[in-house]
Design a protein. Structure first.
Length: 111
């Protein structure tokens, strides 16, 4: 049985997720290597608060460095701090979900 609003049952949802993950490649292959981890740590040290929470009037520690323009779209900007923004996990997850909706039949949204 498939729950209302879902495309797959629980068993097949897990299978589809595994297939998608195998197609994505490892984190290092996607550009998140040791050089990236050092750049990320330095950026978070200099920018410790989530910029989206600040826009909402809250002070929340940033835990994620987000690429404003995705690595897939501009690989040359992978380590460019002007292409970074500090986000909390909640805001990063919301942004990612919105942008990855294009893979489920929608259009890829602008960043």
């Amino acid at each position: 049985m498939v729950a209302r609003g879902d495309r797959y049952c629980q068993e097949h949802k897990q299978l589809v997720r595994r297939i998608d993950d195998s197609r994505r490649g490892s984190a290092s292959r996607r550009g998140y290597d040791a050089t990236w981890r050092r750049a990320r740590a330095a950026y978070l040290a200099a920018n410790p608060l989530c910029v989206m929470c600040q826009e909402e009037g809250r002070l929340t520690p940033a835990t994620v460095v987000d690429h404003i323009v995705a690595i897939a779209d501009a690989p040359e900007r992978r380590l460019d701090p002007s292409n970074f923004r500090a986000l909390c996990k909640r805001h990063h997850d919301q942004r990612t979900a919105r942008e990855q909706a294009w893979g489920r039949g929608g259009q890829r949204s602008a960043r």
